[in-house]
Design a protein around this ligand. Structure first.
Ligand code: SF4
Length: 642
């Protein structure tokens, strides 16, 4: 251990300390020091830790210092690629330099990110030339890549092309593969085994938990950043899905390996067609499977087709092989994997019949015709995480800019704790280094602006126009539905003297680039748009939100959470709806104020925020921005940043 790394946390973060000597613009922040001390105590005493640390606290350095000097195996999981890149390329090297310690650090991605050499070999043996321009580029890249990581490609390959080459588990025979010794994915996984710190994303982290720890090496401590998204990712990892996509992929795999009689394809095609027709007969983007009784018959038809396919494969797999295997073990492993995929689809169908206190099953419709999926998730994700994560890991750190749902106190993290099944933790809300009273304003529309009333769009359009005039564009105007978005846009579009775009006019990433690059831009989008978006400086100075962002009680997963809370005799509105809205609104503030120089206005067009008791509860939990009653007060505020 170096002298620097033996110093106290306080000394490491102090003016003139190791971090200040390494980072030119380092500023000591009390919240950062306290967060770091608490996390280190959690590591030493095997306690879990929850910290809310808003933008500007410097949360990544606060957890990296104790993690890197712990001498234990640590996994850090984040929701976004941007944060992973920042950790691996900037923050971790900085802390290692400051503490003058060596550490092996690995960034491990999901299997599907890596190229499978065996599939590439087979494809090239079958064809002299690539079947498309993009495939030709992938082949050329495959000749020079050292990592096999698809993020090196300068374009996003089509899903159906990349699946022919990815290192998916359902195509991999592991140690029986001829390319196992130089396999990109297994090389990274082995490196992770010997690393001190492994950086992953939430998808991989929770999938590893769902698979009983078969993807990541064993670890002592886990740090989950952007923890407000953990419930969603945990639920996704535990959700079984059946769709034309999953079935098609399985059948294509089967066909690559076996000569399959046409009757199986015909039966499965017929089953999929019947299922799609049935699913389309009930309207909605997401609806409970139970709302469509006929869907169970269609699923039963498919189930029978899967049984027949399974029986045929068990009896005929050897004779039906398309190419001789390199060895018997490989062929047997392949058969096992294929059977596992068929059995997986059967199990998903079986799960849809479980009672609703065991599993939640719902239908989801995606963009495009006929794109449906049947999903089934366990009813209690929290119970699963309690045993699989919190009882098995010495110390788990949950941190995010937006996870506290009330003023600092014993209840601040109750929402997150009950969602994730965390019973006991040390807790801390780090004070923000920003002066919200000076830097931010909050305007709430008059009480009679009720999003439920039919003239809402007409009523709020002049307010939207006035706010955009004051902020000189530079705004996101966000709605809970496309219909409402279009209604308000229709009223104001002719009158706005700023460049305006609507969500959907460009792909999301291009829309954000357009917004960043266009002076005085205004973007009309749906409420989920603000998650994970970073617009620095005064380019984004105003966020308008049409209504208090309560989750939709009609959503099957939300409905299940509400039911679970009500079943225990508690109020699902107080314990779920209100905290969810708080987290979403805090994210809005987080988008606006990214530095000490940022200034911003949050506009809530929902008058219920002042007219109803719950509105005040929500507003009190937001950063302490100055409330303005009269929009003219904002002239002075925005004049200052001209
Ligand atoms: S070990 Fe698996 S992923 Fe790696 S090259 Fe072989 S089949 Fe592909």
């Amino acid at each position: 251990m170096s002298a620097a790394s033996r110093e106290s946390i306080e000394a490491i973060f102090a003016p003139g300390g190791p971090l200040a000597r390494t980072l030119a613009d380092f500023e000591p922040r009390p919240g950062q020091v306290q967060m770091s001390q608490l996390i280190e105590r959690g590591f030493l005493e095997s306690a879990h830790t929850i910290v809310e640390a808003g933008t500007g606290v410097g949360k990544s350095l606060a957890y990296l210092v104790p993690a890197l000097r712990s001498g234990k195996k640590v996994v850090i999981s984040t929701a976004t690629i941007a944060l992973q890149e920042q950790l691996v390329h900037k923050d971790i090297p900085l802390v290692l330099r400051a503490l003058d310690i060596p550490a092996r650090v690995e960034l491990l991605k999901g299997r599907n990110q890596y190229l499978c050499r065996a599939k590439l070999d087979r494809m090239r043996a079958d064809r002299l030339v690539a079947q498309s321009g993009t495939m030709e580029e992938i082949w050329a890249w495959a000749d020079r890549t050292e990592t096999g990581d698809r993020s090196e490609l300068r374009f996003a390959p089509r899903a159906d092309e990349w699946e022919q080459l990815d290192a998916d588990a359902d195509d991999c025979v592991g140690e029986f593969c001829d390319r196992y010794k130089d396999c990109y994915f297994f090389a990274r996984r082995d490196a992770a085994r010997f690393a001190d710190l492994v950086v992953v994303n939430h998808a991989l982290f929770f999938l590893d938990l769902a698979l009983g720890g078969s993807l990541l090496p064993p670890y002592d401590f886990a740090i989950l950043d952007e923890a407000h998204q953990c419930e969603r990712w945990a639920s996704a990892a535990l959700t079984a899905t059946l769709s034309p996509g999953t079935i098609g992929r399985m059948m294509r795999r089967l066909h690559r390996q076996y000569q399959i009689p046409a009757e199986h394809d015909l039966a499965i095609d017929e089953g999929v067609r019947g299922l799609l027709q049935t699913l389309a007969s009930v309207p909605g983007e997401r609806y409970p499977l139970a709302a469509n009784e006929k869907a169970f018959e269609a699923l039963e038809f498919l189930q029978q087709a899967f049984y027949r396919l399974e029986n045929w494969l068990v009896a005929n797999w050897q004779a039906a092989l398309k190419r001789p295997p390199s060895n018997v073990e490989e062929a047997e492993r392949r058969r096992e994997i294929t059977l596992r995929a068929i059995l997986g689809h059967q199990a998903t169908i079986e799960r849809t019949s479980l009672p609703d206190d065991e599993a939640i099953s719902w239908v989801e419709r995606f963009e495009g015709e006929g794109r449906y999926a049947v999903n089934s998730a366990p009813f209690a994700v929290a119970d699963y995480l309690r045993t699989a994560l919190f009882q098995r890991t010495q110390s788990v750190v949950l941190t995010s800019a937006t996870i506290a749902t009330g003023p600092a106190g014993p209840e601040s993290f109750q929402f997150l704790k009950s969602a994730l099944g965390l019973d006991e933790a040390q807790e801390y809300v780090a004070p923000s280094p920003f002066d919200y009273r000076t830097q931010a304003r909050l305007y709430v529309a008059p009480r009679d602006c009720n999003p439920k009333s039919p003239d809402f769009a007409e009523r709020v359009a002049p307010l939207v126009e006035e706010c955009l005039e004051l902020s000189r564009g530079r705004a996101f105007v966000l709605f809970t539905s496309y219909a409402r978005l279009r209604e308000v846009h229709e009223v104001v579009r002719e009158r706005l003297p700023y460049p305006v775009k609507l969500q959907g006019e460009l792909p999301r990433a291009h829309l954000i680039d357009w917004f960043r690059a266009t002076p005085n831009a205004v973007l009309f989008a749906t409420a989920t748009f603000w998650e994970g978006i970073d617009v620095l400086g005064d380019q984004l100075s105003c966020v308008v939100v049409d209504r208090l962002p309560f989750p939709s009680p009609g959503d099957p997963l939300v409905a299940a959470r509400l039911r679970a809370i009500e079943n225990e005799g508690r109020s699902s509105f107080d314990e779920f709806m209100i905290p969810s809205a708080i987290v979403r609104l805090k994210q809005g503030f987080g988008r606006l104020i990214r530095s000490k120089n940022d200034r911003g206005l949050l506009v809530l067009l929902d008058g219920r925020a002042t007219g109803m008791r719950y509105g005040e509860t929500i507003l009190r939990a937001l950063p302490a921005a100055r409330r303005v009653e009269d929009l003219t007060e904002l002239r002075e505020f925005f004049r200052a940043d001209r």
